[in-house]
Design a protein around this ligand. Structure first.
Ligand code: MG
Length: 254
């Protein structure tokens, strides 16, 4: 694991704002999920997302980020992450990752879910299930006194025990005052390495899990990451605060 410069510790007042940011984001994603169906383009979903973000008085953390054109990232089937909403028409049986980041009062929250459209194959159902569960295995390790890589190791171990693979080229990250803060949080690696987790750290934990090889490549649009073998991939993400009483998932609707 590479050396980490510094990890920001958020003050209680900042955690309070991040709690609001996380709740608002979770509500936006829940509402967005309701309007997700087949027969529409990913751009139409993006427009709905933009509307929901505006209605809540927050900003998209992705729009314009290094020139990203969408309000959210949408990655379908073999697309892993960073898909640009556009003319792709969603079909029944597709799996769609919705990755949404917002800025609320200057603070950032980030989350992703992957949803099956209509009836999906048992294999895809299992992929979604294992990826979602692996996120919670990682979150379980986000405790004061643990090494950062305990999160990584828990995710990898769980995923590989179900014969799926974890993406190596993209990782989770610290978050809060900006979208991507130190440290990087890989979804793989040996346990008991890297920095020790402390109260007030806020982490975006985001396993990306492939049915085939973990290798990826980037499409010609310079954004969309796809699996190198063209097989499906899933992605789940939560923004999590390390607190004295354990991990607190900020991006969950209670
Ligand atoms: Mg993220």
């Amino acid at each position: 694991m590479k050396t980490v410069k510094s990890i920001t510790i958020k003050l209680p007042g900042e955690i309070e704002i991040l709690r609001d940011a996380g709740r608002i984001l979770a509500e936006i994603v829940a509402q967005l999920q309701v309007s997700l169906t087949w027969g529409i383009t990913t751009r139409q979903v993006d427009e709905r997302a933009e509307q929901l973000i505006r209605e809540r008085g927050v900003l998209s953390a992705f729009k314009g980020y290094r020139g990203f054109p969408g309000s959210i990232c949408m990655s379908v089937n073999e697309e892993v992450v960073h898909g640009i909403p556009g003319n792709r028409i969603l079909r029944e049986g597709d799996i769609v990752s919705l990755d949404v980041g917002i800025i609320h009062k200057g603070y950032y929250a980030d989350m992703a879910i992957t949803v099956g459209l209509g009836k999906i194959s048992p294999g895809l159902n299992k992929l979604l299930d294992i990826t979602r569960q692996s996120l919670y295995k990682g979150i379980e390790q986000a405790r004061t006194g643990n090494h950062l890589s305990n999160i990584s190791h828990a995710i990898q171990t769980y995923v590989e025990s179900h014969y799926f693979s974890v993406v190596r080229d993209f990782v989770g990250h610290g978050i809060g005052r900006s979208l991507h803060e130190e440290p990087e949080i890989p979804n793989f690696g040996a346990p008991h390495e890297g920095p020790i987790l402390k109260e007030g750290m806020v982490l975006a934990i985001e396993p990306m899990v492939n049915t085939g090889t973990w290798h990826t490549k980037i499409q010609e649009d310079n954004w969309t990451v796809v699996t190198r073998d063209g097989r499906p991939s899933a992605h789940f993400e939560h923004t999590v605060a390390v607190t004295a009483s354990g991990p607190e998932i900020l991006t969950e609707v209670l």
